[in-house]
Structure formats: structure tokens, C-alpha cells
Design a protein around this ligand. Structure first.
Ligand code: SF4
Length: 250
């Protein structure tokens, strides 16, 4: 008989039993629905509304993950919850992470924009081995332009991770003409410098793989004419973020 916790319901967009880009090793990835941001380059705009997700219980997901856990543990992978914004469903994600740890001794990764207060964050962080935190810009105006929201919650979250010494990968999407301003990147690099919990900074090149979803949803895709960054542009960004003293991966 499932416990009350195991029967908690979450809203799920999809799962991937063999993810290779959402944390270390090979991972089972759960994409949740619901996100307070509306990023201009979002490649999962169909995860924006919570109610568009399929309802699944913690127990149901634990059973599915159970069929892969030995393989994933051997492959030095684990479970990643991404989105959408997983912290919208903090209780559900916390219980799912707790479940895979207790049942399968799995590594857990939270992929987040950090848009949640400490109360929500602390429902998930005690069961999280690694956080991948997307910081979309340092410059406040650009952050708002990219996401429609203010940067403050994201930075407060980064500082909470530092206080808890939580292993963290920072992710930065390089968008030509939008987030590639050198001063902007210099500011973020300087901010991240003293954070000893950061294991790496990943610079992700902007791409348009999700553009068709915007069209399907009837949304206007504003970055139509923007091309992915050049190698030279990526190199400039790498050099700037290396000034933080952290490992930079492009
Ligand atoms: S935070 Fe992620 S899921 Fe949410 S809008 Fe931005 S890119 Fe999309």
C-alpha cells in the first residue's frame, strides 16, 4: 500500500530514461510543468503551464525509475528533475528525490532557474546532490528582457546554495546581441568568484531547436533572426568566465 507521501501527485510533461546532457553520467530525466518565467529562447515553452502536465504520483515514477536504477547507478548517473521550473512543485520533487535516495541510493540533480524562496527550496535541497542553476544574465535589464522577471530571486537562491555549500553547476546561455555583452558577463564572473560550492560554469550556445513549439502554441518567437554564437564568441565568453577561477565548460 503506497504511503501518503508516495501518492503525492505532480504534473509531468515527459520523462527521458537515457538523458546525457542534464547532469553527470546517464540520467533518468523528469520534466515537470509550470514555470514563472517566459524566456525568449525557451526550448520547452509547452512546459509553461502547470495544468498542461500529466498527473503522476511519486510512487508511479519511483516504480518506473526502478526499472533503470541499476544501469543508471553503474553509469555514474542518476535522476534529474528539470522543467519547466521544478521548484513550482517543490514538495513533489523533494519527495521524489527522497524516494530515489532511500530506495535506490541514486544521485539527484535539480535543474532550476532559482525562482523560488528558501521555504520551497529547502523542501528539495536536503535530498539534492547537485544543482544546475541557470543564470540568464547579470545585467538586470537584460535579465528582465530575457525572462520577464527580476533577477533577485535567482541571486538569493545562488546565495542560499553558497551558504549550504551545495555542489552547483552554473549554466549561462550565450545569445548573440542579448547576453553576450562583455560587461554583463564580467559582472557575473566577478559575482561567482567567491562561491566555492561552484564546480563548473557551463556556457550553452543559443539554438533554435524549440522554435517550432512556439509556432504550434501560437506564440511569437522573437529571436527568429538571431543566429547561434560563433566559436570566437564562445571563446570570448569562456575567457571571461574563467576569470572567476572556476572550471568553464563550453
Ligand atoms: S526557466 Fe526554463 S522552462 Fe522556464 S521559460 Fe525559462 S527556459 Fe523555459
Amino acid at each position: 500500500m503506497p504511503s501518503a507521501t508516495a501518492s503525492r501527485i505532480g504534473y509531468i510533461h515527459s520523462v527521458d530514461s537515457c538523458g546525457t546532457v542534464d547532469g553527470p553520467g546517464i540520467r533518468f530525466v523528469v520534466f515537470t510543468t509550470g514555470c514563472p518565467l517566459r524566456c525568449l529562447y525557451c526550448h520547452n515553452p509547452d512546459t509553461g503551464k502547470l495544468v498542461d502536465g500529466k498527473q503522476r504520483t511519486v510512487e508511479d515514477l519511483l516504480d518506473e525509475i526502478g526499472t533503470y536504477h541499476q544501469f543508471l547507478n553503474k553509469a555514474k548517473g542518476g535522476l534529474t528533475v528539470s522543467g519547466g521550473e521544478p521548484l513550482v512543485q517543490a514538495k513533489f520533487v523533494g519527495e521524489l528525490f527522497q524516494g530515489v535516495k532511500e530506495r535506490y541510493n541514486m544521485h539527484t540533480t535539480l535543474d532550476t532557474s532559482g525562482h523560488a524562496g528558501p521555504k520551497k527550496a529547502n523542501k528539495v535541497l536536503p535530498y539534492t546532490d547537485l544543482v544546475m542553476l541557470d543564470i540568464k544574465s547579470w545585467d538586470r535589464e537584460t535579465y528582465k528582457k530575457v525572462t520577464t522577471k527580476k533577477i533577485d530571486k535567482c541571486l538569493a537562491f545562488a546565495e542560499l546554495l553558497q551558504e549550504q555549500n551545495k555542489p552547483t553547476w552554473i549554466r549561462y546561455v550565450l545569445v548573440p546581441g542579448l547576453t553576450d555583452d562583455e560587461q554583463n558577463m564580467e559582472g557575473l564572473s566577478e559575482y561567482l568568484k567567491p562561491m566555492s560550492n561552484i564546480e563548473r560554469i557551463e556556457i550553452l550556445p543559443f539554438h533554435k531547436m524549440g522554435e517550432y513549439k512556439w509556432a504550434e502554441l501560437g506564440y511569437e518567437y522573437q529571436l527568429k533572426s538571431v543566429e547561434p554564437p560563433t566559436k570566437a564568441g564562445m571563446d570570448v565568453a569562456k575567457k571571461i568566465f574563467e576569470k572567476s577561477g572556476h572550471l568553464v565548460v563550453v
